[in-house]
Structure formats: structure tokens, C-alpha cells
Design a protein around this ligand. Structure first.
Ligand code: HEC
Length: 110
């Protein structure tokens, strides 16, 4: 029993250390996009016709996209009384990382 408790304690310390390390890393915009946004925007960001979402890889769309304004908009959405599931609980840095990722989605890169 004692040993089991001690093992548990070690496990908690290791887990806490891992979480602290993970928290120190920069958020992964691509992974967040895949998890939070791809259901409606497609994994490649090209949009889904059935969802009527825009093509983020279209240079014309990119030209009209105001990334900094969109960061503000997403934060406002997150801070609403009932935020949409896609942005609920996101940290500021995570929102920034997602929008930075969208910026990289230009068809010219392929
Ligand atoms: C439930 C479906 C859905 C999810 C999830 C979703 N979107 Fe959208 N999004 C849409 C639709 C539909 C549009 C186009 C119509 C509109 O502008 O509201 C859109 C438009 C956009 C636009 C174009 C600018 C604008 O506001 O018109 C951006 C940028 C965008 N989404 C980013 C995101 C990001 C980033 C996420 C994840 C954090 C996300 N979306 C999650 C459905 C979704």
C-alpha cells in the first residue's frame, strides 16, 4: 500500500512536469486549426461547399483577410457569454497561432 502511494506521488510529479513543459511551448496553430476549425473549413483550409466556408488558400481571399482584426474578433467571440465551441477556452496565444496558421495557407506555396 505504501509503495503504491509512493508510485502514485511520483506519477503526479512526472505528469505535472510534463504539463509545465507543454505549457511553455508555443501553441501549434496547425494542430489547433485541425481540432477546432477543420470540421467546417477543411483540413487544408480550402473550405467545404456544404458549409459554405471560404477558401483560405485563395490569394484573393488572403488579400482581403485582415489577420490582426480577426484575432480581435475571435477573442471577442471567446469572451462572449456563450462562446461557440470552436473558440471556447482558447488562450490568447492559441488564437494568435491559429490566425498565423491561416495566413500561411496560400495556394502559391504548393
Ligand atoms: C461550425 C462551423 C465552423 C467552425 C467550427 C468554424 N468556422 Fe469559420 N466560418 C464558418 C462559416 C460558415 C463561415 C462563412 C460565413 C461567415 O462568414 O460567417 C466562416 C468564416 C470564417 C472566416 C472568414 C472571415 C469571416 O469571419 O467571415 C474565418 C477567418 C474563419 N471562419 C475562421 C475560423 C477559425 C479560425 C475557426 C476555428 C477556431 C473556425 N473558423 C471554425 C463556419 C465555421
Amino acid at each position: 500500500m505504501r509503495i503504491r502511494l509512493r508510485l502514485l506521488a511520483v506519477g503526479v510529479v512526472v505528469l505535472a512536469g510534463t504539463l509545465a513543459l507543454a505549457g511553455a511551448e508555443k501553441p501549434d496553430g496547425a494542430a489547433l486549426f485541425a481540432k477546432r476549425c477543420a470540421a467546417c473549413h477543411g483540413l487544408d483550409g480550402k473550405g467545404l461547399s456544404e458549409k459554405k466556408t471560404p477558401d483560405f488558400t485563395d490569394p484573393k481571399w488572403q488579400a482581403s483577410f485582415k489577420a490582426a482584426d480577426y484575432v480581435v474578433k475571435l477573442k471577442e467571440r471567446r469572451d462572449r457569454a456563450n462562446p461557440p465551441a470552436s473558440v471556447v477556452g482558447l488562450k490568447d496565444e492559441e488564437i494568435q497561432a491559429i490566425v498565423t496558421y491561416i495566413r500561411t495557407l496560400s495556394s502559391k506555396k504548393k
